[in-house]
Write a protein that binds this ligand. Structure first.
Ligand code: NIG
Ligand code: FE
Length: 426
């Protein structure tokens, strides 16, 4: 008896599963779980079976059949680090950067993150939602089916809560899975310019309890989506002592830490992340070898954001090969934001990582799917093609997955299946 199901994606040149019971490390990162002439059976939004096309064609009667002859099926991309909600843009600043100003100089002069803070404070909630929806629609076309979004351009209670409300409205209206992160410590706001420690206390004593209450009442808590607490630990922003204070205050409220560490200057943020069992440490461009070794022996994942180095033209990239050798679970993300990474495409980020950080296409794909899912606490639900997982599947118009990072500037994702719903890019 043939079993009836909602959807059968079949006759694919390659099915790439990225399957793993936990974050992929070391040699496992080079294994994408490739099956030739494969098929993926889906019912009720969930993957039922993956196997040879001939066997699944005989076993199932699908309500919808998609023929993927000559194409690749792979997991939807997971963008595990973005600042996708913000007002305004920074194109004038971009031109000043091209003329020689550095990212840190612009921030120290009240521009950078603080310029986006002003535009975000001035933006009504519905305009943040509308611009966010446009960006999510673009992300989905590029194959991203799950995205983490940080607050951090409000920097006071009302505006941080407004950003989180926008993130919640996006989750209610867009098909993508969204994970919220509180980044109240993204910069010291101008009201506290001379009293940075007073701002740290405000974050610990007022903002964190308020956003924790917001989360507990939100659709995220109701559907088991975690909520993280992040700090920009950097010279001229928050030092290690302040970062520890904020991350520990969040832990007392049940929020697991994330951290922006070693983007420009190595302050010891990675060591702190390991000590506090942060789910991830992100950027890691300047991380010393001793801390890389410690990271490799820890549960904290390394989230690399090479689109930033590319956009800022720094010429220096995180030492990903050393991290993999040390045993670290590495993930890739866009860091999409208007200042250091106006880049929505994860395939482009993977392509940069292959060229400048010597990742193989297989490592890059695992880093942007299964490992990225673990970096936001969703690795048991999505990020790979496995029976029982959510059916988030890409149809890639190429006969080999390596084409995803080989061709530049073209979108090879021709179809996206999100929770079993087919969305065509045509
Ligand atoms: O991850 N480094 C700090 N935060 C962002 C940049 C945000 C911005 O410039 O607006 C980042 O690079
Ligand atoms: Fe960031």
């Amino acid at each position: 008896m043939r079993q009836s199901i909602d959807l059968l994606l079949t006759n694919a040149a390659q099915v790439i599963t990225c399957a793993a019971p936990g974050p992929k490390r070391g040699a496992a990162l080079a294994d994408v779980g490739l099956m030739e002439d494969g098929a993926v059976a889906v019912d009720d939004g969930v993957i039922v079976e993956i196997g040879p096309a001939a066997a699944l064609n005989a076993r199932y009667t699908p309500r919808t059949r998609l023929d993927a002859t000559g194409k690749v099926l792979c997991p939807g991309f997971v963008d595990c680090h973005t600042h996708l909600v913000f007002g305004g843009e920074r194109v004038a600043e971009f031109e000043r950067k091209l003329a020689g100003a550095t990212y840190q100089e612009l921030l120290a002069a009240g521009g950078g993150i603080l310029s986006t803070m002003r535009a975000t404070r001035a933006a009504p909630l519905d305009s943040l939602v509308r611009t966010g929806q446009r960006r999510l629609a673009a992300l989905l076309k590029l194959g991203t089916t799950t995205v983490e979004i940080k607050s951090g351009y409000g920097l006071d209670a009302a505006n941080e809560l407004k950003m989180l409300a926008a993130i919640e409205q996006l989750a209610a209206t867009a098909p993508l899975d969204i994970v919220p992160t509180f980044l109240g410590a993204h910069a010291v706001p101008p009201e506290y310019a001379d009293l940075p420690d007073a701002y740290v206390e405000l974050v610990c004593n007022e903002l964190l309890p308020a956003v924790r209450d917001w989360w507990a009442r939100s659709r995220f808590a109701a559907s088991g989506v975690p909520f993280f607490n992040d700090v920009f630990c950097e010279a001229g922003v928050f030092d290690v002592r302040q970062t520890r204070r904020i991350l520990e205050a969040g832990q007392r409220l049940g929020l697991r830490p994330k951290i922006h560490a070693d983007e420009f200057v190595a302050l010891g943020g990675t060591t702190l992340a390991i000590e506090l069992n942060a789910i991830s440490a992100d950027h890691l461009d300047a991380t010393p070898q001793a801390e890389i070794a410690a990271l490799g022996a820890s549960a904290t994942l390394a989230v690399l954001l090479p689109g930033v180095n590319f956009h800022l033209g720094s010429g220096r990239f995180a030492a990903v090969r050393a991290m993999i050798e040390a045993g670290a679970g590495v993930a890739l993300a866009t860091d999409f934001n208007p200042g250091s990474a106006p880049i929505l495409s994860l395939p482009l980020v993977m392509a940069i990582a292959c060229r400048y950080q010597r990742l193989t296409p297989a490592e890059a794909l695992n880093a942007a799917t299964i490992n990225a899912a673990y970096a936001i606490g969703l690795g048991d639900r999505l990020g790979s093609l496995e029976a029982g997982k959510q059916a988030d599947v890409l149809i890639v118009n190429a006969p080999d997955y390596r084409h995803l990072v080989y061709w530049l500037g073209e979108n090879l994702v021709e179809g996206v299946v999100k929770r079993g719903e087919v969305m065509s890019n045509a």
